[in-house]
Ligand binder design. Structure first.
Ligand code: BEZ
Length: 221
């Protein structure tokens, strides 16, 4: 079955985009990357998503994350749609700050498992779902989210998960429910108490639970 699993290497595909033809690994370089797909150009939800993505593109840049979108229309359509997007983003005089892949033959969408079988175009062909891939500097898939065409994504949540992915790639911690940067994090279960004590100089606190098991360990980093 086509598609990508966590830990898989993202294929080094070639594609036409609004910044010319790219080889994906070269585009990424040594950076983190986020690839997000859209059902179609000139559609309402997609336009609000791209406008929001454009508005907060500096937040992705600050985190060293290269952004790239994908939709199943041509480069010419993408260029024209980008002007609408930037107008909706209230920055009509600037270019869309990230490229859009033109997957008009749907080859990449099939290869990456991005199609939504419930949403069809006027010819009965499936549209792309709202797929998000976050890729690490090692070109491996760190996170994937798949929304149907009818539900727009939350780009604040994407920044939040990137913060968690980047933190947990560096430190032996995990982020609990609704975590945001600055909140306490959890010590991962594979660390012994002695290892945790030496790794986390700010100390480790353990929440008591009825089982008496000491697995809810928090630290501040
Ligand atoms: C939209 O982006 O608005 C959209 C696209 C396909 C199906 C439903 C909504």
């Amino acid at each position: 079955m086509p598609g990508l699993l966590l830990g898989d290497e993202i294929p080094n595909f070639e594609a036409d985009t609004t910044i010319g033809r790219i080889k994906f690994h070269d585009f990424l370089g040594n950076s983190w990357g986020i690839l997000f797909s859209h059902p179609r150009d000139f559609t309402p939800v997609c336009t609000t998503e791209l406008a929001r993505a454009a508005k907060i593109s500096n937040e992705f840049k600050k985190r060293g994350v290269k952004m790239i979108a994908l939709s199943i229309d041509s480069v010419a359509d993408h260029n024209s749609w980008s002007k609408d997007v930037m107008a909706v983003s209230k920055k009509a005089d600037t270019d869309l700050p990230f490229p859009i892949i033109a997957d008009d033959k749907r080859e990449l969408s099939v290869q990456l498992g991005m199609l939504d079988p419930d949403e069809k175009d006027k010819d009965g062909m499936p549209l792309t779902a709202r797929c998000v891939f976050v890729i690490g500097p090692d070109k491996k898939l760190k996170l994937s989210i798949l929304y149907p065409a009818t539900t727009g994504r939350n780009f604040d949540e994407l920044l939040r998960v990137i913060d968690s992915l980047q933190l947990t790639a560096q430190k032996k911690v995990a982020t609990p429910v609704d975590w945001k940067p600055g909140d306490k994090v959890m010590v991962i279960p594979s660390l012994s108490d002695a290892e945790a004590a030496s790794l986390f100089p700010n100390g480790v606190t353990t929440e008591e639970v009825p089982s008496g098991k000491k697995y809810l360990r928090y630290t501040q980093i």
